[in-house]
Design a protein around this ligand. Structure first.
Ligand code: HEC
Ligand code: HEC
Ligand code: HEC
Ligand code: HEC
Ligand code: HEC
Ligand code: HEC
Ligand code: HEC
Ligand code: HEC
Ligand code: HEC
Ligand code: HEC
Length: 294
């Protein structure tokens, strides 16, 4: 809250305030120098949920920028207490502290220690508090922000097999919390499998006959964003199975003609996908589905 000096300034500006439609108790110090026009960029903040902070008007300004008394007096020389730039940018911790003072809860609870925090990113990297529409909250726009930095993911979501992210049916934030999480890769859920189950519930089971890698980690066989192989698989056809089932039993051994006596092809197996027979790859509830064939 302003001290005596400020009150003096306020007094001298009373006429100006009255003209701009503000009442005396509005402490219009910020608007002595910053545009008092209703349609100015600074005033757009009043059209957002933050406009009423602290009761509105300059109280809203100081809620995020701090009381800034030194700045109020001599704005040209002293920075406000908390600034997001461009002229006197505060350090990342100060900036984030401004927002977290009110937002260290809900989805923002785990910001400290998140990958983005570790990279010294700030809330205003993604959020524009002075925009009538915070672009960080418009899905399409925020996704564009993500992809500007995550260029690998940008490539992955256009591969032949993919989650329909580019198509707008699934969004980064459906799976990730950009503010951090308890699980890996800032997923909303504690594990990759729990993430997958949140939409593909039928894969959770329980199954009479489980396929152990499925229960362990979907990403043993699938990529999350996109893949050159169908069904988001990490490897194509039999190769996907042979990462683990290499040459152990029947089907693996004669898979290539070189493994067959005389080198001729086994018509049952060669060129066929293991899935032709082992179709219940995620688990089976059939009494005789032990081999995941039904
Ligand atoms: C005495 C005039 C004056 C007053 C009063 C004033 N400002 Fe400023 N403010 C300035 C000037 C001058 C700048 C710098 C503009 C420039 O050169 O970029 C500035 C810049 C800023 C910036 C941008 C800082 C940056 O790093 O670019 C913020 C934020 C700011 N003021 C907030 C406030 C707030 C909040 C209040 C009310 C508590 C306030 N100002 C009151 C004159 C003032
Ligand atoms: C919700 C927090 C918040 C509130 C409330 C707020 N600001 Fe800001 N202000 C910011 C952030 C964040 C930025 C950085 C630009 C952006 O993200 O939109 C900023 C930027 C600025 C700038 C620099 C703009 C530029 O691009 O040169 C000025 C000046 C400023 N604010 C003044 C004010 C004044 C005056 C008020 C009260 C009318 C106010 N702010 C209210 C968070 C806030
Ligand atoms: C003085 C408390 C306070 C401060 C400081 C503050 N906020 Fe908020 N913010 C709120 C309240 C209250 C709401 C509305 C209720 C809610 O969604 O939690 C809100 C809502 C939001 C929303 C949702 C907006 C919407 O349209 O739904 C975003 C995003 C946000 N704040 C970001 C920020 C950022 C970024 C900063 C720092 C630059 C910040 N806030 C600083 C109190 C604050
Ligand atoms: C990497 C970009 C990014 C950063 C950095 C970021 N946010 Fe967000 N924020 C988002 C996106 C995207 C949403 C929308 C989330 C959704 O729709 O589920 C969001 C939503 C919010 C909301 C709205 C309520 C909610 O949880 O859905 C608040 C409040 C918020 N962020 C505050 C903050 C604060 C405070 C910081 C800094 C500590 C911050 N954000 C940093 C991208 C970001
Ligand atoms: C300004 C650049 C930038 C923006 C914008 C950005 N990120 Fe990041 N993000 C990074 C950096 C740097 C890392 C750490 C290195 C890495 O894992 O790539 C990271 C890490 C991550 C991680 C891995 C987290 C972990 O714990 O391993 C996820 C997930 C992520 N970002 C998602 C998002 C999403 C979703 C958005 C959009 C809402 C987004 N990012 C926006 C730069 C950015
Ligand atoms: C369907 C859920 C889902 C969606 C949608 C999604 N991701 Fe991911 N993402 C994951 C999973 C799961 C992982 C972790 C993979 C692992 O650890 O094996 C991951 C990992 C990441 C990582 C860590 C580095 C890496 O590639 O392993 C980043 C960065 C990332 N995602 C960014 C994004 C961005 C940006 C978007 C939106 C364009 C997005 N993700 C959309 C599920 C998703
Ligand atoms: C937010 C919801 C969501 C989450 C979480 C999710 N998916 Fe999906 N998944 C979808 C949607 C939507 C489709 C497209 C369905 C369609 O086109 O019929 C899809 C399709 C797929 C496909 C088929 C792709 C194709 O080419 O046909 C696979 C495989 C898949 N998901 C695996 C996973 C795995 C593994 C995870 C966990 C890392 C996961 N999904 C998490 C929503 C989700
Ligand atoms: C052992 C490898 C493997 C593991 C582990 C695995 N999958 Fe699959 N998944 C496959 C194969 C192979 C296909 C293709 C099936 C087909 O084309 O008939 C597939 C297809 C899918 C599909 C699309 C077709 C359908 O059946 O709906 C989804 C969705 C899917 N998997 C989700 C998951 C989830 C969720 C997990 C983790 C719980 C998981 N998968 C674990 C091998 C695996
Ligand atoms: C990440 C390793 C891994 C991958 C990839 C994998 N499996 Fe398995 N699979 C296992 C393990 C472990 C078992 C359990 C073996 C046991 O109980 O002796 C198993 C069991 C099986 C069984 C039942 C065998 C039995 O002895 O009960 C069949 C059939 C099978 N897998 C087929 C496949 C097919 C087809 C694929 C490719 C789509 C595949 N597996 C991919 C690890 C894997
Ligand atoms: C033509 C159908 C067919 C194809 C193709 C096929 N399998 Fe099989 N597989 C079977 C049948 C039937 C059994 C059960 C044999 C038994 O119970 O004695 C079996 C059993 C298995 C077993 C368990 C073996 C054991 O000794 O317990 C595994 C593991 C397996 N198959 C993996 C694979 C893999 C990996 C592929 C692809 C490289 C594959 N299968 C292709 C029909 C097939």
């Amino acid at each position: 809250m302003p001290g005596k000096r400020l009150t003096a300034i306020l007094f001298s500006c009373f006429a100006l305030l009255a003209a701009s439609g503000l009442s005396a108790q509005d402490e219009a110090a910020c608007f002595d120098c910053h545009s008092a026009e209703d349609d100015s960029a600074v005033h757009a903040v009043f059209k957002t949920v933050h406009g009423t902070l602290g009761g509105g008007d300059t109280a809203a300004c100081t809620a995020c920028h701090g009381p800034s008394e030194a700045h109020n007096r001599r704005g040209r020389r002293n920075p406000p207490d908390i600034s997001f730039g461009p002229r006197w940018p505060s350090d990342a911790e100060t900036r984030n502290g401004s927002c977290l003072g009110c937002h260290e809860n809900g989805d923002q609870l785990l910001w400290a220690g998140s990958a983005h925090e570790q990279e010294s990113m700030t809330c205003d990297t993604c959020h524009n508090s002075h925009e009538q529409t915070d672009l960080g909250l418009v899905e399409e726009q925020s996704q564009e922000q993500c992809l500007t930095c995550h260029t690998q993911v940008q490539a992955q979501i256009h591969l032949p097999s993919r989650h329909p992210i580019a198509e707008g049916k699934t969004a980064c934030v459906d799976c990730h919390n950009p503010h951090g999480s308890l699980g890996d890769a800032a997923l909303h859920q504690a594990s990759v499998n729990d993430n997958c189950f949140s939409c593909h519930q039928e894969k959770r089971g329980p199954f009479l006959w489980e396929h152990p890698p499925v229960a362990e980690d979907c990403s043993l066989c699938h990529r999350p964003h996109g893949s050159v192989n169908e069904r988001l698989l990490t490897a194509r056809g039999p190769a996907s199975c042979q990462q683990c089932h290499a040459a152990a039993f029947h089907p693996s051994v004669p898979y290539g003609s070189e493994g067959l006596p005389g080198g001729s092809a086994n018509q049952n197996l060669l060129g066929k996908n293991c899935l032709n027979c082992h179709s219940q790859i995620h688990g089976s509830n059939h009494p005789s589905g032990a081999r995941l064939t039904r």
